[in-house]
Design a protein around this ligand. Structure first.
Ligand code: KG4
Ligand code: ZN
Length: 359
């Protein structure tokens, strides 16, 4: 069975065709994966402008879906189901994909499968590598999310840690903007950091203790982790961003390219350490048999290299998606869609896009 998947939650219009293999260990095969990026449009504004994003999705969605069918060498009659990102994301953007997918499913008389964007990022790992050894600890780290999941059975994702403020990708984008580097900032900082000294600045790593009684409770469900650790696996990046801002403000006039590279490298070291410390600590405690990293920031070269090194030291296999599946795409939505379809989940015709949706 071929499934057509559509993703329009943020600023990429994406469509893909995924087929089932019949092999339980590697259940899906990618037939096509088409992404129309809007980076060039939003770059001018230094970030995603929601109104421009939804209008561009409208222009692009037909052509992107046509190309996905073409590249997979399939026609409409070969498609047995449609999966679409229902949320979370920008409402106007999501609506384009949801309406388009609904129209296809209704007119062809085939099932419509609603998919959570983060389930898509997680299943990108299974699409590429096959089923993960469970239980697994998977960190989804993107422009909108920094969320750590514990997976005990396929298709069930337990949230055990998340950011309390900025997502890691958002911190990359904001710091890049402070340094006048352009958008999106992640790949630019990644590249620059290779030439910088990552110890030149000691930026603070925030450790959430929730000791203050005004702080919200830890994210992990009660009893899963010891209370101390449960508190530690939440993330916070806004203090780090402010620390970088102070350095930039104080030294604005005298910042040479060398200093910018040092700031990028020092910032990146702190982010990567914070992400991996918590992920591996939780994985160890939970006796995970594998660790996964997914989402746009999992494209980061240092995060990948350091995760590999920590995995090797801990005797834990580490999985990351190939670059084409780490930033937003529809192939991952297709994978999560087939998982849900086989679990019996389909949507009614009143399916609506949801800007915030829990997994
Ligand atoms: O998953 P994604 O495409 O979209 C969301 O769901 O948010 O992630 C986009 C984010 C952006 O913040 C971008 O700066 C970041 O991923 N990113 C990176 C790298 N490539 C993309 N961050 C760090 N290093 C990279 N190489
Ligand atoms: Zn994403």
């Amino acid at each position: 069975m071929n499934l057509l998947a559509i993703e329009t939650s943020c600023d990429e219009t994406a469509a893909a065709v995924i087929a089932e293999t019949g092999d339980p260990a590697k259940p899906w095969r990618l037939k096509s994966n088409v992404v129309a990026s809007q980076d060039a449009i939003h770059r001018e504004w230094g970030g995603v402008v929601p109104e421009l994003a939804s209008r561009q999705h409208l222009r692009d969605v037909c052509g992107v879906v046509d190309r996905a069918l073409d590249q997979a060498s399939v026609g409409w009659t070969d498609i047995g189901a449609v999966a679409v990102t229902q949320g979370p994301g920008l409402l106007g953007s999501l609506l384009v994909g949801v309406s388009f997918a609904k129209s296809i499913a209704w007119s062809r008389g085939i099932p419509l499968v609603p998919v959570h964007h983060l389930a898509g990022h997680i299943e990108s790992l299974v699409l590429h590598h096959g089923e993960l050894a469970l239980p697994a600890a998977v960190l989804v780290v993107s422009g909108g999310h920094t969320s750590l999941y514990f997976i005990r059975e396929p298709g069930r994702y337990e949230l055990i840690g998340r950011t309390r403020d900025d997502a890691a990708g958002e911190a990359y984008d904001k710091v890049a903007r402070l340094l006048g580097l352009g958008y999106p900032g992640g790949p630019i900082i990644d590249r620059l950091a290779r030439e910088g000294n990552d110890r030149a600045y000691s930026f603070p790593v925030s450790r959430l203790t929730h000791a203050d009684r005004n702080q919200p409770r830890a994210t992990a469900p009660a009893g899963l982790l010891p209370p101390e650790l449960a508190r530690r696996v939440d993330f916070s990046f806004s203090g780090l961003k402010t620390a970088v801002m102070r350095v930039v403000q104080v030294r604005a006039a005298e910042l040479a390219p060398r200093d910018v590279a040092d700031i990028a490298a020092s910032f990146q070291r702190v982010v990567v350490e914070a992400l991996l410390d918590r992920t591996f600590e939780a994985a160890g405690w939970l006796e995970a048999r594998s660790v996964g990293l997914a989402g746009g920031v999992s494209a980061n070269s240092r995060l990948r290299a350091d995760a590999e090194a920590r995995g090797a030291k801990a005797g834990l296999p580490v999985f990351v998606p190939p670059l084409s599946l780490s930033t937003d795409n529809a192939a991952m939505i297709g994978a999560a869609g087939l998982r849900r379809l086989r679990a019996g989940v389909t949507a009614d015709w009143d399916l609506n896009a949801e800007a915030s949706l829990s997994l």
